[in-house]
Design a protein around this ligand. Structure first.
Ligand SMILES: [Zn+2]
Length: 153
């Protein structure tokens, strides 16, 4: 008996199909370059000279054994999202990245209580909304609107 053939879709196919993301954490969605730039601005003790440096601290591997271990990464990224402009930037970049991955609907999660300062907390919905709505250069604003609406803002 011959082995059952395994179907492996191509990356082109996976990219082309419209997708949803029903559970994405804003604080787990920062671009590597953004982590490097913001860590330097915030003067974090981590030495993020290369993308590999960021991955070693901010990514878990497939052997991650607990939710606590998985969420520990957020302790780093949350430190980088404490100013209005940081949250707007991260929201913008997440919407842009999702668009480029052909994500048509996305539900983004974040915890307002983890962002310090009355200025940030009081305006959180306002600047996240601005970040998700900002990408004007993307050719399918309806999709981004859908992403934006999915945040519930
Ligand atoms: Zn979650």
């Amino acid at each position: 008996m011959s082995p059952t053939p395994t179907y492996r879709p191509s990356l082109d196919f996976l990219h082309a199909i419209p997708k949803t993301d029903l559970h994405v954490h804003l604080d787990g969605s920062l671009r590597i370059e953004t982590v490097r730039e913001l860590a330097a601005e915030y003067q974090l003790p981590h030495n993020f000279r290369t993308a590999g440096d960021v991955r070693r601290v901010c990514q878990v591997d497939q052997n991650c054994s607990s939710l606590e271990e998985y969420l520990k990464v957020f302790e780093v990224t949350l430190q980088l999202m404490q100013r209005v402009e940081d949250l707007e930037r991260v929201a913008y970049e997440l919407a842009e990245d999702a668009h480029h991955e052909n994500v048509r609907y996305m539900e983004v999660r974040y915890s307002p209580l983890l962002h310090r300062g009355a200025e940030v907390l009081g305006k959180l919905a306002q600047f996240l909304e601005a970040g998700f709505a900002a990408p004007q250069d993307i050719d399918r604003p309806a999709d981004l609107h859908q992403i934006h609406r999915a945040t519930g803002l």
